[in-house]
Write a protein that binds this ligand. Structure first.
Ligand SMILES: [Fe+2]
Ligand SMILES: [Fe+2]
Length: 203
């Protein structure tokens, strides 16, 4: 990538209009310039938007799958973790819609083969394990952590891309989602280690 890596640390401030980067990338600049407001990187802007569409599809499908995973869970703790993350996932969808808006793009979903595969795997774990067992829960945690790691990889990269593009507000938004995905992964590890894995091994 022929981008210049910025060392600028994202701040918690919502408004970054005073920075030179955002001044060339805000909506007004965009409307009179090419897609990204900067010359020479419109292809990368399109590539970035395409990746946003991919994770948008992924989040939407995950939002539908999590209630099913909650229903399939044996322990109330895991069911609660899935319920919590289903709500958070709806927040991730709304955040992506904000990111599309900031970029002056229509929020569109583009099929994500990876998430489709991960969710198919979660479904087969439900089919292959017995209801009411801890093996079921251990399997569900495994499936859910694969999903979270996919999201962490995606958002981690998208935050760097957005920062390099000077899209600091977009980067800030996606960073909040990234931190939530990481926290979810940790929470799933904790629930698995607290009792699920041990009981599953004894079944
Ligand atoms: Fe998410
Ligand atoms: Fe997630």
């Amino acid at each position: 990538m022929a981008t210049t890596k910025t060392t600028e640390k994202p701040t918690t401030e919502k408004k970054t209009a005073t920075t030179a980067a955002s001044a060339t990338n805000d909506k007004s600049a965009k409307s009179t310039s090419n897609k990204s407001g900067k010359s020479g990187d419109s292809e990368f802007h399109e590539f970035f938007v395409d990746e946003l569409k991919d994770i948008y599809w992924a989040e939407k499908h995950l939002a539908k799958a999590l209630p099913k995973m909650k229903k399939a869970a044996t322990s109330p703790e895991l069911a609660a973790a899935f319920e919590k993350h289903a709500e958070e996932t709806n927040g991730h969808i709304a955040t992506l819609e904000q990111a599309f808006e900031l970029l002056g793009e229509k929020a569109q979903a583009k099929k994500c083969d990876a998430m489709e595969g991960l969710l198919a795997e979660a479904e087969s774990i439900i089919e292959d394990t017995e209801k009411g067992t801890m093996i079921r829960d251990a399997g569900l945690v495994l499936a859910a952590q694969k999903v979270e790691h996919y999201e962490i990889a995606t958002y981690g990269t998208l935050v760097v891309f957005a920062t390099n593009m000077g899209q600091n507000e977009v980067a800030e938004l996606l960073k909040v989602t990234l931190e939530n995905e990481k926290a979810t992964d940790v929470a799933l590890t904790e629930v698995a280690e607290s009792f699920i894995n041990e009981q599953a091994a004894a079944e």
